[in-house]
Design a protein around this ligand. Structure first.
Ligand SMILES: CC(C)(COP(=O)(O)OP(=O)(O)OC[C@H]1O[C@@H](n2cnc3c(N)ncnc32)[C@H](O)[C@@H]1OP(=O)(O)O)[C@@H](O)C(=O)NCCC(=O)NCCS
Length: 141
């Protein structure tokens, strides 16, 4: 397993995994799933031993904050650490840009995943793209 920052050549595989997870599996409208922030975001990915992209995520700067989003692992390999590896790359990228904290909008079903990675919920849950979310934050050391 290896996770790293994605380059332009990786984009078709990154987009394909996100489409499978968010659009096909979760029913998020494709026009919401792929947005303008993708162009300036730092994307990270993990590949399995065969070289297949199995987990992805992105880091964007929004209102002066480092915001993690679009975390997705292929359904067939969940629970094997790929998502956590991608998150680690995004944390390092945020720290390298001078941020001391990262924020994200977690789907409630993924809340434990982010808590395992050191995030804490802030405030009450709300609906986003028809799915219940909660804002979470984590300090970067
Ligand atoms: C959330 C997601 C990206 C996690 O990726 P993953 O590769 O399965 O996660 P990992 O294997 O790295 O898990 C790391 C830890 O979190 C735990 N974990 C992962 N997903 C979890 C979940 N949904 N509920 C509870 N715990 C979870 C794992 O058990 C593991 O715990 P450990 O540290 O004790 O071993 C993946 O489940 C996914 O793509 N879900 C569908 C899309 C989604 O909901 N994305 C999040 C949008 S906010």
């Amino acid at each position: 397993m290896s996770a790293r920052v994605a380059g332009p050549d990786d984009w078709p595989e990154v987009a394909a995994l996100r489409h499978r997870v968010f659009v096909l599996e979760q029913g998020v409208p494709p026009e919401l799933e792929a947005d303008a922030a993708d162009a300036s975001a730092v994307h990270a990915l993990a590949r399995d031993d065969a070289g297949t992209v199995v987990a992805v995520g992105r880091l964007v700067e929004r209102d002066g904050r480092a915001v993690v989003g679009r975390m997705a692992a292929d359904r067939s390999v969940r629970g094997r650490g790929h998502g956590a590896a991608v998150l680690g790359v995004l944390h390092a990228e945020a720290a390298g840009r001078g941020f001391t904290e990262v924020e994200l909008h977690a789907q409630l079903t993924a809340r434990r995943f982010y808590e395992r990675a050191g995030y804490e919920a802030v405030g009450e849950p709300y609906l986003e793209a028809g799915i219940e979310h909660v804002t979470m934050r984590r300090r970067l050391v």
